[in-house]
Every structure is written in C-alpha cells, then in structure tokens.
Write a new protein. Sequence first.
Lengths: 522, 151
Amino acid sequence: MGRKILFVTTDQQRYDTLGCNGGTLASTPVIDRLATEGIRYERAVPQSVVCMPSRSTIITGQHPSTHGVWMNGVPLPVDAPSIAAELLRSGYRTALVGKAHFEPFLDAFGRFTENSLARSGEETLLGPWADGTVGPHRGFEHLELAAHGAAGMLHYTQWLAAEHPEAVGMYYSALDPSFNVNAAGGGDTDAPQVHVNPIPRDWYHTDWVADRTVAWLDSLDADDDWFCWMSFPDPHHPWDPPQSEMGRIDWRDVPLPAGYPSDRAERERILDAKPRHWRRWYDGELVSNYEAPRDWVPATLTDDQVREVNARNAVECELIDEALGRVLDAVEARGWTDDVDVVFTTDHGELQGDFGLLFKGPYHVDALMRLPLVWRPAPAARVAPAVVTRPVGLVDLAPTFAGIAGLAPRDWMQGRALPVDDGDADARGAGRVLTEWDSELFGVGVHLRTITRDGWVCTTYGPGHSHDGTEGELYDLAEDPLQQVNRWDDPALAAVQADLVADLRDHLPPAHVPRLDVEAPV
Amino acid sequence: MGSVRREVRIARSADDVWAVLGDPRTIAEWFPGIVEATVDGDTRVITTASGLPMPEKIVTNDPIQRRFQYQVVAPIITHHLGTIDVFDLGDGTSLVSYATDCVPDALALAIGGATGSALHELARLLESGHVFGGASASLDDPADATEGGEA
C-alpha cells in the first residue's frame, strides 16, 4: 500500500484569499492547517490564466503550446498524455469529481465526453490513451462533473434538475440571451455577475462536490491506493453563493483591495503605462477574452461593487474550506490520513478589483498569476514543513504526483517535481516559470509570453490586434508587489530585460502540430 | 455578426467530394455530433447527439460552383448561414471551405467551431474509401488519389 493523493483545485482563486497567505477576509482554517503541516508555496505560477489551457497543463504536465490547448474553446485531444492514466496504470484508483473543463462547455452538437457522460449513466467511457492503448477517459475510472450553475449537461445539473427542480432557476444565468457572458448586475451594488441565490447550501455545487467525493472514497477498499481530483467550480464568477451564508461578511465592512486604486485618475495613469489593450478593455473598446462580459465596461466599476464582489468571493472561499474539511474528516474516518498527500491549488487567479478590473484576460500580473498552492505530504512520509519562495508552476504537478506514487517522471512531462523547500529548489535548478497567452476571438488576436524569475515578471507581446510586437511589461516583484510600475522601457533595466527575454525565448516549449482548432467559445 | 471559417485539403477529386457534400442526407455520416438527418425538399432536419432536433433550410445546392448553403432555423438564432465550398486544386485533390456566419455572434463559434472536426472526419472517410450511404457516387480507389493534408 502506497501514498494516496487528494488533489484539490478551485477555479479562479487569488493567492491572497487564504489566511495562510495573509488574507484577512475569508476564514480558511482547514487549508491554513494543511499549510502549517506541509509546504506552502509563495510563488506558484500558472502556465495560462484561463481554465482550459491551465487545466490541460495540470493533467498533461505540459505547457499550453505543447499540449495544444492554446485558448479556451480548444478541446484537449482525448489521447493527450494524462497523469491520471499513468497512476491508473500503476494500480491507483482514479476519480475526478467537480469541474473538469478539458472540453468545451458550449457543445451545440453534444460531441464531447464530458457533456455526454451524465446522460450515458456510465462512470466513465473508454477512450484512446497517449500510448496507443484504450482506457477510461483521460485515465479516470470515475467522473462526476459540475460547473458554475444549473445550466448544461453535467452530472450536477442533472442531479439538481431531478432532485430539486425548483432550484434550477435560482442560479445566475452565466450567459445572456445572445450567448455572451452575462453582464447583468445584481446584489446590493448591481455589480456584474453578482446575484442573490436563494439555493439551500446543501444543494449548492460546492457541497455537492464534497458529498460526491466522500461517496467515491467510501466505495473504495481500505487498502486501495487512490488519486482523487476534487475540483470545486468556485470562487469563479458568477458570485452567487447561497444567500443563507452571506451573513458571514458584510460587504460594507470590506476594505478596498491594495491593488485597487480608488482614485480614478490614479487607476487610469497606471493602466496607461501598460500595453494599450489594458486601457482599451477598461474603456470598453476591446474585449479579447470571451469570459469577460462583452457588455460590461470596467471603467464603470465602483468602490462598493469591488467590496461586494470581494465579500461574495470570500464567502465562496469559506464554503470551499469547510467542504474540504468534511472530506478530510471522511479520510480520517477511513484511517487513511497518515498515508494521504493533499495538494491544494487553483487553475488561475482573478483580477477582483485590481487596476479597476474584474474577471481575467491577457494580463500577466499577480492577480491572475500568483496562485495559492499548498502541499501537505502524507505524514507517514515525514517531510518537514516549509515555505518555498522560489517560483514553481502548475506544470510541476504531474511529475509531483508521479513522484508521490513512486513513478519516474515521464519523458513527456515538461515540469519537475515540486521542491520541498528553497534549498531543494536551488539544488535542482528550479526558478524559471513560463506563462503563455494566445487568443483569437472574431478578429482580435492577442499573444503574450511571460517569464517569472529572480524576482521579476517579464512579458513580451507578439504582433496582434492592439500590439505591434515591440511592447512588453517588466515588474520588480519586491519593489512593486502590485505591478503598478511598468519598467519595460526603463533604460536602467535594459540588461535585465534583455537577459530575461533571451532566457524566455531560449526555453519556449515546442508547439503542438498541427495547431488545434477553437471549437467553441468556452 | 460572428463569422467562422474552417478548411481542409482532401486527397480526392472535387467531383468525389462534391458527390458527398452535395447530398444533404450524408451529413450524419461525416459531422460528429449529428446522429440523424432527414431531407424533405429544401428542409433538412438534423438531430444532435444530445437528442436536439434542429431544422435547417437549404438555400443553395449548386453542383456547378460546388457550393452548398443552408440556414439553421431556431428562435434563438437571428441569422445563420452555413456555406460549404469545394475547390478543385487541379492535382486530383480538393480544398473544402466551411463558413459559418451567425447572429448572435457567440453562436457562430458554438456552431461553426464544430465544422473543423467535421471536415477532418470527412477527409478521413473519403481518403479511406468509405462509401456514403446517402450519396449516389461510387468512389474510386483512394490509393489513386494524391496525398493531401490539412490546408
């Protein structure tokens, strides 16, 4: 019997939403305790700041250029490499409960397995694996899927419609009648994607994901080794947690985030020093990401809307923390705790008011790129608690899981197992993490390549709709933790910039051939 | 209006490809996610894998230009035009273009996004010598065709 793996992801969660990372709004004692007992990473960086590419990086251990999911709406090939398949092949039981999103949600023809699985009544479907064999879909014996509400064809929505049909209409409608991401406001401040949701907490998707995870764990034999990816859809917008829980935090008491300059002139001065697509989105002139509501103009964002969004987000984070606590209790009840590794992270961050913006897009700053990551190794492994300050990536998770299972990293993995402390990171030469953005939405193309290294974040731009390919961003993370001063054109940093850009270009990952099609908006 | 175009090069002659695409009944054989298609005059009703029936109006079926156009008819769609063109590349191969123009814009990608995989499936079937049940054409030995690939 080996080490078991509980892999917990959330969706679109900022680093600073956890108590262990200095957050003060949400109470997250369960994750904080895991951080105290394990390893807390202070600079975990995604390889993409949107869902499908980032999640594809997690499962494949590859950068977006290589696995081929270069923007949302591009499905990960069914036969892409999968750490779950590797674990299943080595004897692990495998499940994914919650949000997958390796395949598009908007599936007009019902082509994708994730969307057809619930209807099929099967725990999984067979599909091709990267090694030419056939096995459970992406290596998961059990898939039970959910997304952000009651729409779609996933297991949660089918369960809700069957068991609690009166609740289906309680959620925010993620799309508007023209199938764009909804800009409609709600709550007390009319903030976009905010909604008063009367759904009972027990029926909300966060608790459902925990319930179904516990049910799957309960189905296992005591001596099974297992890999369970528990994937919460929150705190991704819409911000519509059960209204019964909103008494936890009064949005009127929420301080404005440090990254949100409440003075409009100051906000706009900061944006104007960045490549022009920042300001153009703020002014409502350019939307380069489908998931940013097309009909919402960030310049209209108010202080109170920022407060209410942050309050609702914090409540969602608390519900996740409590749900995780229930699952850990179930693990303890099975007598497994000493042999279970728990890894907690998210796929990317959320602007959440920084720079006067919400949601996400081609903006490679901490709001979207500094992620919560906690690894509590199995206590039986006797790994000393630590804080790792060196940069690591989500691309490092697949080899980490392989290592926990006693497997050598596979040659298709582009990351390396997470360091257990800074000394380990330095000894293994860790320290460079890359992030990519590519999007092409109805004639608007945006292309970014970013390196995080030695306390700098450096982004280059390719030619596109708003850029000629000469633009860039350069931030000193120590002196400018909010990335408000773009030093790309600072002559004093020319050598630093040249070195970072050369290093970035020397380490760009190989491209997937052929380039994959965008098959849906998201 | 949202506008999406996908294309593929197929190692079959334009006449062979048109024999399939010009017969609107064949679509369920080469378009993943469409499980059934019935044709009555200028109306085609497709059924998706999720069980959704979707009526379409055929507006162009021109064997001379090798152009097929249709409109999805649904209350949520203000405007739709699907256009499939087959081009003879003069070397025994052909280029197929599949365009989707739609209002609301986002649906152009939701509908048109599927056409790329449909074209790849069409190419695979044609190049492997598949005989289409709905098509009247009997295809020649695919080994005679020039090797092609994605355009």
